[in-house]
Ligand binder design. Structure first.
Ligand code: ZN
Length: 269
């Protein structure tokens, strides 16, 4: 079983994904089917009009009726009270299976007090808080700052809230060593491998060095296995990414946790 735990149907400028969320949904469902991917977790944007990503409500509406497709709510850290009420409703009704924070894009640390009410909901309903971590996507918002998206800052939240499940997206690339320590130290922290190698990069020196770094992270955190499979579709494509993942040289147990076991446990889908 394969669960892609990190996908988007936002519009990607200058590509075949620039047109509409509806069209992108059709394209991702088709690619998942052709690639043998059984379930998709789709992440909403920052709850503000960025011209690219669907809001949480529009994502929920778009995927409703599609089996094995799940939504993660996006957080705009400058949210108002009504957002918290709405978020709790979505969670209760199982319309969302996690929440995502955009620290580097919105200039706040994971221990920011505005996060606390949302962490409260995550703990109450046992759903994960996901953080965009590491490098920020060029041209997505003006002036992103990576000091906020460094994975080391997840440690403080993990230590202070041992019952809160946290996911470091992209393993905090390029700070995989720091991510490894946060994973190793904190039983409540996981990371996804999405968006590491885009397109043709799989076969380049960069792709090979990424593979080496991921293996080092896995060795450091062993015998625990804390990674989730994800692509960051449409930035990375499914068949190539499955091949990349299979080439990491993992044993059957770890591969099963990576492709589905950890996602089933964390998202309870
Ligand atoms: Zn992403």
């Amino acid at each position: 079983m394969i669960i892609d735990a990190h996908t988007h149907i936002g519009k990607l400028p200058n590509s075949i994904y620039a047109e509409s969320h509806e069209k992108n949904l059709g394209l991702i469902l088709k690619e998942a089917k052709e690639s043998g991917v059984d379930a998709l977790i789709m992440i909403a944007g920052m709850e503000k009009e960025d011209g690219r990503n669907p809001t949480t409500q529009s994502l929920i509406d778009l995927i409703s009726g599609h089996k094995n497709v799940y939504a993660v709510a996006g957080v705009n850290i400058n949210y108002g009270k009504e957002y918290l009420v709405q978020l709790e409703e979505w969670i209760k009704q199982k319309k969302v299976v996690g929440v995502k924070f955009y620290t580097g894009y919105q200039h706040f640390y994971p221990n920011d007090e505005r996060c606390l009410p949302i962490y409260g909901l995550c703990q109450k309903y046992d759903i994960p808080a996901i953080f965009h971590s590491g490098d920020t996507l060029a041209g997505y918002v003006e002036n992103p700052k990576v000091k906020y998206s460094h994975p080391i800052h997840i440690d403080e939240v993990a230590a202070d809230f041992p019952n809160l499940k946290l996911v470091i997206a992209h393993m905090g690339n390029p700070w995989l060593v720091d991510c490894a320590e946060v994973l190793y130290k904190n039983p409540n922290v996981y990371a996804d491998i999405s968006g590491m190698v885009v397109g043709d990069e799989l076969k380049t020196a960069y792709g090979e060095s990424m593979m080496r770094k991921i293996k080092e992270l896995i060795d450091y955190t062993a015998p625990d296995f804390k990674l989730l499979y994800g692509t960051d579709w449409p930035l990375c494509h499914m068949k190539g990414y499955i091949e990349f993942t299979n080439n990491l040289g993992l044993g059957d147990d770890d591969l099963e946790k990576l492709f589905s076991g950890n996602a089933l446990k964390i998202f309870k889908i």
